[in-house]
Design a protein around this ligand. Structure first.
Ligand SMILES: Cc1cc2nc3c(=O)[nH]c(=O)nc-3n(C[C@H](O)[C@H](O)[C@H](O)COP(=O)(O)OP(=O)(O)OC[C@H]3O[C@@H](n4cnc5c(N)ncnc54)[C@H](O)[C@@H]3O)c2cc1C
Length: 592
């Protein structure tokens, strides 16, 4: 069995394909991070993940976490604490954050592509720096009103990795519908006292960092009901005088996957907290945290999809079963042929490879847009990038997590029974990936965000920006004979997407039930067209190479599979969208 290898070649290719040096390194803030420097950084990061974190992954899955009710402590898997210290000492917690707070100041696209390798190596471990990074993003944009826990006090400790962060939204009676939050925050001098119970809080308690900063949603006494009455607070585990703030872990959940990531009940018992941003406007701080997190959740699918693909390919290269359907291709010197002769095994591998390389490209493009949306010097480019991030983040989260799970399942199928056993890591990947469709807003909530918010936003401007990108790429590639079939396929599907969008826009805005009924299928249709764009971009960057060039051959055979066998599914999703709401709304729920 060969171990997971970081896909650094593809990452470099994608950074080049989306003109990293011209578009990102040219920004003064990133002048020290040219492509070679970025790749050096990623190589060091990847080595650490693969050599230090990956060996802990299987044993940590078996260990899980241990909760001690006597002191409410949580013990994480052997090696996690030491690995985290090394991770922080190497500056990895600080990668994309501003140098003024002790960060390294690398572009987000670099750290985002790096996080694929982190997650593939050890997803449970990755949740701790992942959530902390989300908190840092939030604190960079929203002010904490505190003399002791102000932004300038918190950011350096979080960026250095000395402290970690959590996100405390969910309560027993509310997950998706955060308007139902009951946790209370009572004013007390310059701060607040928080009381209530949060559930399923990732790394809510741990033995890895000396302090934990919880970002908590709660209600002030005068709060209006619903989502408009929610405020955000930072609540430290340890007070600045070293005493314990009364926020205690009440237990950890047993769950399907990410066993080594503690999922905690957190009880706030008059815990001291400081308000973030304005009263009743807490969702803003939480959304900043969640938007970055949503991108990362999509990458979880790419990461574990890639790791599963590598296992399946390595298995398939060795496994011999049956004879080729084409006798001339049979190896008569052996008792049976290698399973790679079977078209269906190739189909499964290409299904994974083509969607995964498409998704990785989409992540690279949108993470680059994230950097441009914050730091581009040209205002028009900045606005365009910001529109693309807003529009395509729900697609990355939802399609990335769903495809990732399907891809791992397909990898298991390539391996037959071996993939189902714990002799191989694929069954763990499958268990670890499933949650990605649920947390950070379920996939359907992403679809509602896409159709209900992003599509109509600014009179449809975001959709026009996306369509403009597709049209200009099609124009650029037209006339190139080798690209002609792919240009034609993308043209057909982007026109179909445009038609679906127009029809949906007209109906869904007046009948929200239609929107709810078709949004998930629409998101999938949109995702496939987006991947079509990303694939054409990739092919356009290798088409001029010699036809014997290995990368050109690999991208062309994989891209061809995508255009001929994956993209056509977009028409199926469009047909489902056209059906509307009746098959769902007309049913008698008593008969379900
Ligand atoms: C392992 C794990 C880690 C987690 N980590 C954290 C964390 O760190 N912090 C935190 O705060 N939370 C965390 N969560 C909670 C997670 O974010 C929620 O599970 C998620 O938001 C969904 O909420 P729910 O489970 O209550 O599902 P529900 O909201 O009850 O949804 C159930 C079903 O109804 C659907 N539904 C709900 N509302 C609508 C609607 N308006 N329209 C259509 N369909 C709808 C959903 O899509 C879903 O299919 C974690 C959960 C798990 C399992």
């Amino acid at each position: 069995m060969s171990a997971y290898k970081a896909p650094l070649e593809d990452i470099r290719f994608l950074l080049e394909a989306f003109d990293y040096n011209e578009r990102v390194q040219s920004i003064p803030r990133f002048e020290d991070f040219d492509l070679d420097t970025a790749m050096d950084l990623l190589e060091g990061y990847a080595s650490f993940c693969v050599e230090v974190l990956q060996p802990l992954n299987g044993p940590a899955d078996a260990f899980g976490v241990k909760y001690n009710p006597d002191d409410h402590s949580v013990t994480t898997a052997p090696g996690f604490k030491e690995a985290y210290q090394q991770y922080a000492e190497n500056g990895f917690t600080a990668l994309p954050f501003p140098q003024e707070h002790g960060g390294i100041g690398a572009p987000v696209v670099v750290s985002t592509l790096g996080s694929e390798v982190l997650i593939a190596s050890n997803k449970s471990f990755s949740m701790c720096p992942g959530l902390t990074a989300g908190l840092i993003d939030s604190l960079e944009e929203h002010e904490v009103h505190s003399d002791i826990y102000g932004n300038a006090d918190l950011l350096p400790k979080l960026i250095s990795g000395e402290w970690a962060g959590t996100m405390c939204l969910t309560e027993p009676q509310c997950g998706t519908d955060l308007g139902l939050i009951k946790t209370k925050a009572e004013p007390f001098g310059d701060h607040f006292k928080l009381t209530g119970t949060k559930i399923w809080i990732t790394f809510g308690e741990q033995d890895i960092t000396e302090n934990i900063i919880h970002l908590v949603l709660a209600r002030l006494p005068d709060a209006p009901p619903g989502i408009r009455g929610i405020s955000a607070f930072v609540v430290p585990k340890i007070n600045d005088d070293g005493s314990r703030n009364p926020v205690f872990c009440g237990g950890t959940d047993h769950k399907m996957g990410i066993h080594a990531s503690p999922t905690c009940v957190m009880n706030f018992e008059d815990a001291e907290g400081w308000i973030v941003g304005e009263p009743h406007r807490g969702m803003r701080a939480m959304f900043t945290m969640m938007n970055a997190a949503r991108l990362n959740v999509g990458i979880e699918g790419v990461a574990l999809g890639e790791a599963a693909y590598q296992s399946a390919l390595s298995f398939a290269r060795d496994r011999r079963q049956s004879r080729s359907l084409a006798p001339a291709k049979s190896d008569r010197n052996a008792e049976a042929d290698n399973i790679l002769v079977h078209p269906d095994v190739r189909r499964m591998l290409l299904e994974i490879k083509s969607t995964n390389e498409g998704l990785r490209g989409l992540v690279a493009w949108i993470a680059m847009c994230y950097d441009l949306s914050h730091h581009a010097t040209d205002e028009e480019e900045k606005a365009k990038a910001s529109d693309l991030v807003a529009l395509l983040t729900p697609i990355i989260k939802s399609y990335g997590s769903e495809r990732g799970f399907d891809n791992i399942s397909t990898a298991m199928q390539v391996m037959g029974g071996a993939g189902f056993t714990s002799d191989w890591p694929v069954e763990q990947y499958m268990r670890d990936e499933r949650i990605a469709m649920i947390y950070e807003g379920t996939n359907h909530i992403q679809a509602l965000d896409l159709v209900g918010r992003k599509m109509p936003m600014h009179g449809g401007r975001l959709m026009r920006v996306f369509a403009g990108e597709v049209t200009s790429l099609i124009r650029e590639c037209s006339g190139n004979e080798a690209l002609a079939p792919f240009v034609a396929a993308l043209k057909t599907e982007s026109k179909r997407l445009n038609d679906t969008t127009m029809k949906l826009g007209a109906v869904a805005m007046s009948d929200h039930e239609v929107m709810g009924a078709v949004a998930s299928n629409f998101l999938n249709q949109f995702a496939l067209v987006t991947l079509g764009y990303v694939w054409l971009k990739q092919l356009s960057k290798v088409v001029d190479r010699d036809e014997s060039d290995a990368l050109r051959r690999s991208k062309f055979q994989t891209g061809r599979y995508f255009f001929e066998l994956v993209l056509p599914d977009a028409a199926g999703y469009a047909a489902k969208v056209a059906v509307g709401k009746e098959p769902m709304t007309d049913v008698d729920v008593d008969l379900l």
